[in-house]
Design a protein around this ligand. Structure first.
Ligand code: CTP
Length: 400
C-alpha cells in the first residue's frame, strides 16, 4: 500500500512473557503486510510462551533473544536497533516489563533498546485485572505516559485466569491504528481540521421502525482513518453503523439527517475540509408514532414523507474545501456533474452502487472523481482505505 504510514518504517516489536504473547505473531504479520520492517526482541519469559522462529518466518528479519547474542547486531553495537527504530511497540507488555521500563532497567535487550531510543514507544499492557489495577502498575504507567510513552489498552474482557476484567491485550488492529497515527502525525495534513460524515441516516416511523439505506459507513470511516494517519485533526459525524469507533478520531454519533446537519453546522465552522460520504436520507416521516404501530391499526399503512434538507448544499464553502459523493445506479457522470454544480462542491466522487463488487458494504470501491471544471478521472478498483488516500491527495492539491 503506497500511502500507509507504516510502509518502510523500522518497527521494533518487543514481546514480553504473557499468555497473550502468541497474539504478537499476528501483530508482526499485519505490520509486515503493511510494509513495515519488523525486528523482534523477545524477553526470556516471552520465549517460555512462543518460539523465535515464528517471528523470523513472518518478518524475515532479525529476532533478538539475548543481549549477548553474537549473531545479533546488538553484539556489535548495543544501541544499534534503538537508533534505527522509527517506533517501538511492546505488545504484550506485562506488569513486570512495565515496571522495569518505567524505572530504566536495562538488564535485557528490550530494556536497553528502549532506554537508548528517541523513537516513540507504544506500550500495550496485558495482565490479570488485579495486577493492572494495582497502584504499583498504575504509577509505573503514569510515569511512562508523563515521559511521552503511548499506552494502548488494555481491554475489558475474559482473561486467562477465567476472570473478567480490564487486562486483555488490545486488538492487533487497534495497536496498528495507534502506530499509524503516531508515525503519520507530522504528515501533509498536520494542522488541518477535517470533518467527515459516514453511514446511512435513520428516520424513525415509530419506536421500533426506521427508514434507512444500505450504506455501511466503511468509505467514510476509511477516509477518517487515512486523514488521521496523515496528521489531520479529524471529526467523524457518523450515522449508526456496525463499525467500531476508530482510535484518535473525535466521533459524533447522530441518527437522523437533521441531527447530522446540526452537528455539521457546529463542526464545519472552523474546518479546512468537509468530506460528505454519508448516505443522507432524503425524506423523513411527517409524523412519528410515539407508540409501536400495531398491525391491527392498519390494513395499509400510508406514511407521508417530507423532504429533508440538502445538508451539503446548506454548508457555505468560502473558507473550506467541500467534497461530496454521488451514489448512482445510472448516468453516473452526468448525475455527478450536476451535483458538483448544484451543491457548490470542489470535488465529487461518483460511484455506481448497482455493482455488487464495489460500493455499499464492500471492502473495495471503484469511482470517478470530477473536479469543478467538470474533468473526469477514472480510478481503478482499490480498497476503501487506498481510495481514501487518493481522495486526500486531490484535496491536498486544492489546499495548496
Ligand atoms: N447529501 C446531503 N443531504 C441530503 C442528501 C445528500 O448532504 N439530503 C449529500 C451526500 O452526503 C452526498 C451528496 O449529497 O455527498 C450526494 O448524495 P446523493 O444521495 O448521491 O444525492 P442526492 O443529493 O440525495 O440526490 P438524488 O437522491 O436525487 O440522487
Amino acid at each position: 500500500m503506497t500511502n500507509h504510514p507504516l510502509k518502510n518504517k523500522n518497527i521494533i516489536l518487543g514481546v514480553t512473557g504473557s499468555i497473550a504473547s502468541y497474539k504478537s505473531i499476528d501483530l508482526a504479520s499485519k505490520l509486515t503486510q503493511l510494509g513495515a520492517k519488523v525486528d523482534t526482541i523477545l524477553t526470556d519469559s516471552a520465549q517460555q510462551f512462543i518460539n523465535p522462529i515464528s517471528f523470523k518466518s513472518i518478518t524475515h528479519r532479525q529476532v533478538v533473544t539475548n543481549l549477548f547474542d553474537t549473531d545479533s547486531e546488538l553484539a556489535v553495537n548495543h544501541v544499534a536497533m534503538a537508533e534505527a527504530a522509527d517506533c517501538i511497540i511492546v505488545a504484550p507488555a506485562t506488569a513486570n516489563s512495565i515496571a522495569k521500563i518505567s524505572h530504566g532497567i536495562s538488564s535485557d535487550a528490550l530494556g536497553t533498546t528502549i532506554l537508548a531510543t528517541d523513537a516513540p514507544v507504544i506500550i500495550a499492557p496485558a495482565m490479570d485485572g488485579k495486577m493492572f489495577e494495582n497502584p504499583a502498575t498504575q504509577e509505573n504507567l503514569a510515569i511512562l505516559i508523563q515521559r511521552g510513552f503511548f499506552v494502548c489498552g488494555p481491554e475489558f474482557g475474559r482473561m486467562a485466569s477465567g476472570l473478567v476484567g480490564l487486562g486483555r491485550l488490545s486488538a492487533t488492529q487497534d495497536i496498528i491504528q495507534v502506530a499509524s497515527m503516531i508515525l503519520g502525525q507530522n504528515s501533509d495534513y498536520s494542522q488541518k481540521k477535517i470533518v467527515i460524515t459516514a453511514g446511512g441516516t435513520q428516520e424513525d416511523l415509530d419506536p421500533v421502525r426506521t427508514i434507512t439505506n444500505r450504506s455501511s459507513g466503511k468509505m467514510g470511516f476509511a477516509i477518517a482513518e487515512a486523514a488521521r494517519d496523515r496528521g489531520a485533526n479529524v471529526t467523524l459525524i457518523s450515522a449508526p453503523t456496525s463499525l467500531s469507533n476508530p482510535i484518535g478520531i473525535n466521533v459524533e454519533n447522530i441518527k437522523t439527517a437533521i441531527e447530522m446537519q446540526k452537528s455539521l453546522e457546529i463542526h464545519s465552522l472552523d474546518c479546512d475540509v468537509l468530506i460528505m460520504a454519508a448516505a443522507v436520507g432524503d425524506w423523513r416521516a411527517k409524523s412519528i408514532s410515539k407508540t409501536k404501530a400495531k398491525k391491527s391499526d392498519h390494513t395499509n399503512w400510508e406514511i407521508e414523507l417530507i423532504k429533508n434538507p440538502d445538508i451539503l448544499s446548506s454548508i457555505p464553502n468560502e473558507s473550506l474545501i467541500k467534497v461530496g459523493f454521488a451514489a448512482e445506479t445510472e448516468n453516473l457522470i452526468e448525475n455527478a456533474q450536476k451535483k458538483i454544480i448544484n451543491k457548490n462542491l470542489n470535488l465529487i466522487i461518483g460511484n455506481d452502487v448497482s455493482r455488487n463488487d464495489i460500493g455499499f458494504n464492500s471492502e473495495d470501491n471503484e469511482v470517478i472523481i470530477i473536479n469543478k471544471s467538470g474533468e473526469v478521472e477514472n480510478l481503478p478498483k482499490m480498497t476503501k482505505y487506498e481510495l481514501a488516500h487518493e481522495i486526500l491527495d486531490r484535496v491536498q492539491a486544492l489546499l495548496n
